[in-house]
Design a protein around this ligand. Sequence first.
Ligand code: ZN
Length: 235
Amino acid sequence: MLPTDSALVLFSGGQDSTTCLAWALKHYARVETIGFDYGQRHAVELTVRPKLLQSLREQSADWNAKLGEDHMIDLSLISAISQTAMTHDIAIETQANGLPNTFVPGRNLLFMTVAATVAYRRGLTVLVGGMCETDFSGYPDCRDDTMKALQVALNLGMDTRIKLETPLMWRDKKQTWELAQELGGQALVDLIREGTHTCYLGERGALHDWGYGCGTCPACALRARGYHQFVGTEV
Ligand code: ZN
């Protein structure tokens, strides 16, 4: 039987993936992280990653002992093969097909496939991602069925028994904050509030009660609303 005690976490430096990383550190004996540089406008999230990893190490001796290598992968080909508001300086709007133009077609499929390749090499048997169907802006590659189908495809294609775990799949943003509280108490909530980055526009000027960001892009709006529901100050 293959060991199922080691995980590779898709870690972008945002609220969701930081919560997923804490979740993995609770559930697995060995945890590594992977991040992707794909020319995203919010590349600031890549600069907060090392600080977050260091802070997580400082918050718990157990987490420090479990946390292993961080893999940073260059996926700049994404901005070469697609043109979306996530990687190009164009206004965020809804497209004719009903999806926001921040949607990078197939991005999560590519991320998971690359992660599976790295996991194969590193002997890691679980992939953890922050995909969420609850308030997913309609991104079809965040769907539970998409991830389940991909798990089957990856294992058939690589002759492995890798498991895809998505602990946030059925949680809304409020419940994601609650999960952080459960996993690491107020210290983790504060770290996620101040240390993570979610804003699509890469805005990191003023610190709001829910964290840094422009406050108006779809990602900021979701994050702010969830935080206010979490602390009971929703207006
Ligand atoms: Zn924003």
